[in-house]
Design a protein around this ligand. Structure first.
Ligand SMILES: Cc1ncc(COP(=O)(O)O)c(C=O)c1O
Length: 413
């Protein structure tokens, strides 16, 4: 009898993944430019990271909580995996109930990032479901489904087995409902990378689709804090019926400068359902609770106290000032780009501006780098529909934004 060695084998779905060449390629081109022009300063307008420090209210709460950790009487060890009640209650009250969305504290799961949550959530669904993913897209949604084995191979810029939801100028960068049924749908508004926003009526069409087709929506609202138009929905739960068919992701990263501090949350309403193979509805809340408590040990106490401070009156004023600063940058960029005769979307209710460069994305990237010393993000890196576009980010100082726009103007005229 031959004994085969119990060979360790890999998850071969990982071999289907495309190298994340976007940021590596940008870095390579920037380095080449720097070597050729060592005296030129480069302005980075491509980054999705914030530049302003944490609001003072968060810093004060953070310090106080660290001091508590230094005393026998106030020290805290493991906290509840879903997050402390003091934070979950504030979230439910301020972010949902205040807007008429009846979400309760026990439907909130605090985490260390919307990246992890939007990446991990797919684990609780079957691997043979059809997934609808926007194009262009924040790459996490797609790559985590590839890793899980929900796709075939990659060809001509797309994976087989995925239903791509095109976001183009023709549909105003809001995907049309799919022609063939999908079970899991990713939506992100205000959008990264396009900066587009969705109206309540447009969002309702997706909620109705999910209800009619026994589907489920994953709604990423990481940029919610940039919404200013009163009639735009801040949460998918402002739409009737959404609690049965949608999970929502939020983050303190862009809202309050927590990209390096790490705190976010996911809302899974108790009514939200998915189905067994035999068609029995199951509460998704229980599955996510099981997954979260098995694989996650919550966010550190001081970080949760810092996040709680976002909801204090000073915290609310401070995050408004913070997001207003980036929105002023965004409006300036949008106007400057439009004056140069380019069409763009975003830059209102969003920190991103998505510009139709009327040429290959990378060609336009090279032109801005070599003639203006400005780094943007080529749209083609976010999906096939991003070809011809670039993304400019408002996360920078106003001085840099002004300088970058002056240089772009000089380079293009
Ligand atoms: C659409 C979107 N979702 C989620 C995230 C990740 O947020 P977090 O810092 O909470 O992981 C980002 C970050 O850039 C994003 O653009």
């Amino acid at each position: 009898m031959s004994m085969r060695s119990p060979m360790i084998r890999i998850n071969e779905n990982y071999l289907k993944l495309q190298d994340s060449y976007l940021f590596a390629n940008i870095a390579k081109r920037v380095k080449a430019y720097q070597n050729a022009h060592p005296k030129e300063d480069i302005i980075r307008m491509g980054i999705g990271d914030v530049t302003l420090p944490l609001p003072p209210a968060c810093i004060r709460a953070f310090h106080q909580a660290v001091d508590e950790m230094a005393q026998d009487t106030t020290f805290r060890g493991y906290g509840p995996e879903q997050g402390y009640a003091f934070l979950r209650e504030k979230i439910a009250e301020h972010d949902f109930q205040a807007r008429g969305a009846q979400i309760s504290a026990d439907e909130i799961f605090v985490s260390d990032g919307a990246k992890c949550d939007t990446g991990n959530i797919q684990e609780i669904f079957a691997t043979d479901i059809r997934v609808g993913i926007p194009d262009p897209v924040y790459p996490v949604y797609l790559d985590t489904n590839v890793m899980a084995g929900r796709t075939g191979e990659y060809q001509d810029g797309r994976y087989s087995g995925i239903t791509y939801l095109d976001c183009t100028r023709e549909n105003g960068y809001i995907p049309d409902l799919p022609d063939s049924p999908v079970a899991l749908i990713y939506l992100c508004f205000p959008n990264n990378p396009t900066g587009a926003t969705i109206t309540k009526a447009q969002l309702k069409a997706w909620v109705d689709y999910a209800i009619d087709n026994q589907a489920l929506i994953l709604f990423d609202a990481a940029y919610e804090a940039f919404l200013r138009d009163d009639d735009l929905p801040h949460s998918i739960y402002e739409v009737t019926g959404a609690k049965e068919v949608a999970i929502e992701f939020r983050s303190f990263s862009k809202t309050a400068g927590f990209t390096g501090t790490r705190c976010a949350y996911t809302v899974v309403p108790k009514q939200c359902r998915a189905f067994t193979a035999s068609g029995n509805p199951m509460p998704v809340h229980d599955l996510w609770n099981r997954r979260h408590t098995t694989k996650f040990n919550s966010v550190s106490y001081p970080v949760q106290r810092a996040a709680e401070a976002v909801y204090s009156p000073e915290g609310q004023n401070q995050i408004r000032t913070l997001t207003d600063y980036y929105l002023t940058n965004a409006a300036y960029i949008r106007q400057a780009i439009q004056k140069l005769g380019f069409e763009c979307v975003g830059g209102k209710n969003s920190p991103y501006i998505w510009i139709d460069g009327r040429q290959d994305s990378w060609k336009f990237f090279d032109l801005l780098l070599n003639k203006a010393g400005v780094v943007c993000t080529p749209g083609a890196g976010f999906g096939r529909c991003g070809q011809g576009y670039i993304r400019i980010s408002a996360f920078n100082s106003f001085e840099n934004v002004e300088k970058a726009m002056d240089r772009i103007k000089a380079a293009l005229q």
